[in-house]
Design a binder for this molecule. Structure first.
Ligand SMILES: [Zn+2]
Length: 486
């Protein structure tokens, strides 16, 4: 009778916060059961040879947008396939009521079961939801969402406040499908409730508000300026139309309200030097508060001097080379704690229109390891165990799925990404396994591709082929310490 269902043999295990060391990994019942220098092959039902490779904890991609522009279940399947092919074993994805997504609003007691029904049988990797509250009634459901729904993180989009400032739909589209103005008064009440629920459940994990920090009033003014005098480089124009200093302003506004409400905040997708400086400044000004600083693959991997065109339009915009270097410095010195894809699958058809009307966002989840390893490890000396922290353990801790996820220790889920850090490959669409028909990174040559991805002991991707099936992925109730026993 073998002791293990699976043994990953001969690889170098990348242990977050510690080291990289040669170790075999024994898996039993979907969990890591042993880490040892040598586990005899005859003790396992199945052996995977990882010699010459690095064994990372599967990545936890904590910023995603399943179903934003495409049918929900279809998008969950195609884009979690993309994640699986890139060594990402957990997706934590944003959902909000209103236009796009399910094109509806209502109470989360109805919306969440619908979301979970659409999710069941659709995902290849494990998944959880961050939810946006757009009305006082939805805010009042947050305690229930934490306790019964398994949702412990919430979101606020600052730049939606102009859409609903005057009650219903200042721009005539009623984007959020509500008459509630989601202005600073709304944010104040929202933060008060996050803080109250965090007091109640904080022992199990941080109940936190993710905020998209951009200031809509400034954007209205700077947009008009750039439209009058465009430079002809669409990404530079888009960056000038939403300049870094309005991110800086937004972060300071948010921090002041957070201080008066004692609300934990995840500062999403910091794109610029100004944004990171502001985030670092408020973190030191209010040391008693919790601020998580998030960076994205595209803000680290792309700059607006590249010839990418408007397909690379995203909010906040792709910034200058100087900003990109500052972001990397902030990753290296541990100021930025999590790196995410902010994956939103689009197609050229969905993105049609001019620079100003085209929809923002694009996908990149499967490039998590290639970008961190090529741009971080090879070019800038970012240690591999730090890559495991940024891509897996830090997001797992911050978003309440640790130690089930994000840990290479006995008892944790056997989620592994076996990565070749040396072999260079060109980014081609068929390597990304996504429904997106372009990639801003297409044609780049990157190292650090996942060769094999393992979810709870099951191989879901190997030798260039996705072998997992929709439905392998399970819903993660968070905080996991409230919903599972360890
Ligand atoms: Zn996003």
């Amino acid at each position: 009778m073998p002791d293990y269902d699976l043994v990953v043999k001969g690889g170098r295990v990348v242990v977050p916060y510690v080291v990289t060391r040669k170790s075999d990994v024994g898996v039993r019942g979907g969990k890591i059961a042993a880490l040892a220098e040598d586990i005899p092959a005859d003790k396992a039902k199945k052996v995977i040879d990882a010699s010459g490779r690095f064994v990372f904890p599967g990545a936890v991609d904590s910023h995603f947008h399943i179903g934003i522009y495409r049918p929900f279940s279809e998008d969950a399947t195609s884009e979690s396939t993309s994640s699986a092919s890139g060594g990402v074993t957990t997706i934590l994805t944003y959902f909000r009521p209103g236009k796009n997504y399910l094109n509806k609003t209502g109470p989360y007691r109805e919306l969440l079961p619908e979301l979970l029904d659409l999710s069941r049988g659709s995902y290849l990797v494990d998944y959880g939801y961050h939810l946006t509250m757009n009305t006082p009634a939805q805010i009042s459901e947050m305690e229930w969402l934490v306790k019964e729904g398994g949702v412990s993180t919430f979101k606020y989009y600052m730049f939606y406040k102009l859409l609903n400032l005057a009650g219903s739909s200042a721009d005539g589209t009623n984007y959020l499908m509500t008459d509630t103005p989601v202005d600073f008064g709304f944010l104040y009440k929202y933060m008060k409730e996050v803080s109250r629920v965090n007091e109640l459940y904080g022992d199990y994990g941080k109940i936190c508000l993710s905020i998209h920090c951009e200031n809509p009033e400034i954007i209205s003014a700077t947009n008009a300026e750039v439209k009058q005098k465009p430079s002809g480089n669409p990404l530079k124009d888009y960056s000038d139309a939403r300049p870094p200093w309005q991110e800086e302003l937004a972060i300071h506004e948010v921090a002041i309200i957070a201080n008066y409400t004692n609300c934990p905040v995840n500062l999403l997708h910091l794109s610029s030097r100004k944004a990171v400086e502001a985030a670092a400044e408020v973190s030191s000004r209010y040391p008693h508060l919790y601020f998580l600083l998030e960076g994205t693959l595209h803000h680290l991997g792309l700059s607006n001097d590249m010839d990418l065109g408007q397909l690379a339009k995203v909010n906040p915009p792709i910034r200058s080379r100087d900003d990109v270097e500052y972001l990397w410095d902030s990753v290296l010195d541990d100021t930025i704690k999590t790196v995410v894809s902010d994956h939103a699958c689009v197609t050229k058809e969905i993105k049609k229109g001019d620079l100003w009307t085209s929809l923002p966002g694009f996908g990149g989840t499967s490039l998590m390891f290639p970008i961190l390893i090529t741009e971080g490890y090879h070019k800038r000396g970012l240690p591999l165990h730090r890559i495991a922290e940024l891509s897996s353990s830090n997001p797992a801790i911050a978003h309440n799925v640790y130690p089930k996820k994000g840990a290479l220790v006995v008892g944790s889920d056997a989620d592994l990404a076996i990565v070749d850090i040396e072999q260079e490959k060109e980014v081609t669409l068929d390597r990304l396994f996504t429904a997106q028909d372009f990639s801003p990174e297409e044609g780049m040559r990157l190292k650090g591709w996942a060769e094999c991805t393992i979810l709870r002991g099951k191989v879901i991707f190997e030798k260039g082929k996705v072998v997992g099936k929709p439905g392998y992925g399970e819903y993660l109730r968070r905080p996991v310490k409230l919903h599972y026993s360890f």
